[in-house]
Design a protein around this ligand. Structure first.
Ligand code: GTP
Ligand code: IMP
Ligand code: MG
Length: 338
């Protein structure tokens, strides 16, 4: 049995937090490991009446049986990390790879004071780009050099290898999305690293032969925060009129909203090597589907939307999300096919 990796197929904020939280519980995942850039990401987890926007801790925290690991390639902001450890009460089961790069105050200040980063790119100003630059220049500090992180240090690849060898479920959580990948996105309006499945796996130290499922997440109405091209964007007034407007988890900025982009979805599924896909926000296509847990509860319009997404990408959509809460999902894996 191999690992499952979950990545974003559009411009980020597709609902990775929600889907990862669901999978961690449903599959009783032994380890949830987070890859991606760092605390520029915000994953919303809405479970049992409690909602959190997590920036460092893996979104599977609500499943108490999961160990939570921050992968080697992920930048750690010790203040954000330690605060989330307290808020989510996960102290005994969270680990940070000893080789993670560290975000320092000067990285944040640089991004806030840099016109190109702050205005032209519309960076989250969380210090990630600047810290990754330092890592490339080989002047970054690493997690093992930060005394406050001492209790959490581990070797993430070794832990994942051990779990997989013991036949346990491993879930790898990506952050950001394909359209803001440093390599494949709309450069220069991108984040500071590749965001495709291969990179997310490198972030946690898993080689390509250790993976069984590559789940690419799309949202029915893609969104984008910050600047950069967005082929299917609709005016904000229209998004508001249709009740599909959104605001950012990290920065609170209004997200730009667009329509389904089949060409982008296809290319993204291709580069990510998708074995299957997830679709979130089906309740925004037809509010009557809110909270549906079975395929039969979906309206003809929503079923048609899913069929089109499958035709566009060439992969089966096995997880259909019908609302923000973790339990609002139709799970078609394991034979529950149409
Ligand atoms: P990044 O790693 O930052 O890209 O974030 P993410 O993919 O975890 O997504 P994020 O939580 O930032 O944004 C997704 C938003 O959609 C959140 O507000 C979720 O609560 C919400 N959401 C997730 N699934 C659904 C769904 O099926 N329907 C609706 N209406 N909202 C959803
Ligand atoms: P940075 O990664 O903070 O430098 O931001 C660069 C660009 O990526 C900006 O347009 C951000 O809005 C965007 N971005 C970075 N992380 C995320 C994310 O997790 N979700 C959505 N957009 C993101
Ligand atoms: Mg987000």
């Amino acid at each position: 049995m191999g690992a499952t990796v979950v990545v974003g197929g559009y411009f980020g904020d597709e609902g990775k937090g929600k889907v990862v939280a669901y999978l961690a519980q449903r599959d009783r995942v032994h380890i949830v490991a987070r890859g991606g850039v760092g605390p520029n990401a915000g994953h919303t987890v809405d479970v049992a009446g409690e909602k959190h926007g997590v920036r460092m801790i893996p979104s599977g925290y609500a499943h108490l049986g999961s160990r939570l690991l921050v992968g080697t390639g992920v930048l750690v902001d010790p203040r954000v990390f330690l605060q989330e450890v307290e808020t989510l009460k996960v102290r005994g089961r969270v680990g940070v790879d000893e080789r993670c790069g560290v975000i320092e105050e000067r990285h944040i200040q640089y991004e806030q004071g840099n016109e190109f980063m702050a205005k032209t790119i519309g960076s989250t100003q969380s210090g990630c780009g600047s810290a990754n630059a330092d890592r490339v220049l080989r002047i970054a500090r690493l997690a093992h050099q930060v005394p406050e992180l001492r209790d959490y240090l581990t070797d993430v690849p070794r832990e994942l290898d051990g779990a997989l060898r013991a036949g346990k479920n491993v879930l790898v959580e990506g952050t950001q999305g394909f359209g803001i990948s440093l390599y494949y996105g709309t450069y220069p309006f991108v984040t500071s690293k590749d965001t495709s499945a291969s990179q997310i796996l490198a972030d946690v130290g898993l080689g390509p032969t250790r993976v069984e499922h590559v789940v690419v997440i799309f949202k029915a109405f893609p969104t984008r925060v910050g600047q950069g091209p967005f082929q299917t964007e609709i005016p904000p007034e229209e998004a508001q009129k249709r009740g599909i407007e959104e605001y950012g988890t990290v920065t609170g900025r209004r997200r730009r909203v667009g329509l389904w982009d089949g060409a982008m979805a296809r290319y993204s599924a291709m580069v990510n090597g998708a074995t299957e896909a997830a679709l979130t926000g089906l309740d925004k296509v037809d509010p009557s589907c809110r909270g549906a847990k079975r395929l039969e509860e979906l309206s003809p319009a929503v079923k048609e939307f899913v069929r089109r997404a499958e035709a566009d990408t060439g992969v089966p959509f096995t997880l259909l999300s019908t609302g923000p809460e973790v339990s609002e999902i139709i799970d078609l894996r394991n034979g529950g096919r149409r």
